[in-house]
Design a protein around this ligand. Sequence first.
Ligand SMILES: [Fe+2]
Ligand SMILES: [Fe+2]
Length: 498
Amino acid sequence: MKIFHFSDIHAGSKKHFRQENLLHIIDEINNGGYDLAIFTGDATNEGQRDEYELAREMLDKIEVPLISIPGNHDARSGGIKLFEEYIGPQNGVKVFGDAVVIYVNSAIGDSNDGRVGRVKFNMLKKALNDHSDKPIKIVAIHHHILPIPMSGRERNVLANAGDLLDLIQRADVDLVVSGHRHYPNVYKVENTVFINAGTASSAKTRYGDVNSYCTIEIDDKENKVTTKRLNGQNTTRNFKRKSKRIFTEFGDREFRAVQLSNTYFSESSSFLSNHFDQALKSLKTLDPDLLIHCGGIVKEGTPRDYDFAIKQLNKLDLPMIFTPAARDINYIGYHLFNQSFGELDQSFKTDKFLFQGLSTPQYDSSIGVVGESERKVLLELLKDSPQDFRTVFLHHNIIPIPHSREKGLLEDAGDLLRELVDADINLVLTGTSYHPYATRVGETVIVNVNSLSSAYQRSRFGNSFNMIDIYEKAIVVSEVNALWGEHRFLGIWERNER
Ligand SMILES: [Fe+2]
Ligand SMILES: [Fe+2]
């Protein structure tokens, strides 16, 4: 099956619409032997009637079956009504031979943000269930689900991106096609390939890039994804279809790390002392080589909370490293963190293992940032490190977390995620959003941890920490309930070679 994916044409924009580029792309669609074309939104710039007329005129030139969804620009000025009049339904399910394409509108009127509301979410869920036997499952949505590099401040992703990511993984979706950020990008998350086409014909490209689109060739064994730029530069990546996830030969266990966050030490009722004390008992039995605290150590950065934290942590006789959350550096916490725990970017090293901390909170702000200069320093450090197994730990999440509104995301999550995945970092640990989650992007396993002893958490399994066992050939991540010590798997992955 051959699919043509393009996005963000922004027809009618006086300043930014490059009609000649769109006509060139339509020519490619009509002459490339494609079975299907998918357009992922922003047909117009302002949702106006004359723009829709032009968009219709353009899309009418396409001679292969076409699926179109609206983008945020199409929902401007109430334009979503006109989308239905000129382009087609906002949501739907279409079957093409072996493939099913489920498409949903994620635009909110007069907003750049995205959301897939309950009715549409359930429609997506039902459609994936109804078509679970289809060999090729494709989801089309305008807003990107994973953060995109080169996109500046990553602030307007989908509100419920984490739930969508989780659903897509569970339903074994093959492809997710999106637009919105005018920058092409491809990620593989477990067995799903997430594709961003860039913009087909808007002058508003990023970082001096040119217009682009994407072609996808699917056979029994592979998804071959090619990003094509209009300057002739093509990048092809082949992804194995449905690679096996579970295997049996782990080899010896080489390291056991325990990841925790949001202990919320304080004399207030939001610190659950019983949970902390019970978790200590489990930790003593599990005997980890290292504890990694991903932030939210104290409830507030006051001397009183820090004093209390030190007393509690003295009950533990295990090596431990920390990275701060915003609450840890509030008030006078910035100094107290230094005084009590040491530097902001802490690390733990053995011959084979590196655990490198990356401080992300900003003073008096809930927004996380690494920053371009800091990322450069980190990448140099990771490149020069001799260890086989490299882990980066930070407080803010770099992929969306289920059951939480996407607000914990790092401002430069798109860049950091791309850089860590491209550097084949084995493991990334985060500790925000109060819900556990683990998945693999490219070769990098990304694990978020729930709160250990804060009254604020979102998991039905209850407060917990994560146990990460690193074997010669596998990484096994389990969640351990703080009160009762029950375990459940978050995932098993084959360990990648450096
Ligand atoms: Fe756009
Ligand atoms: Fe958009």
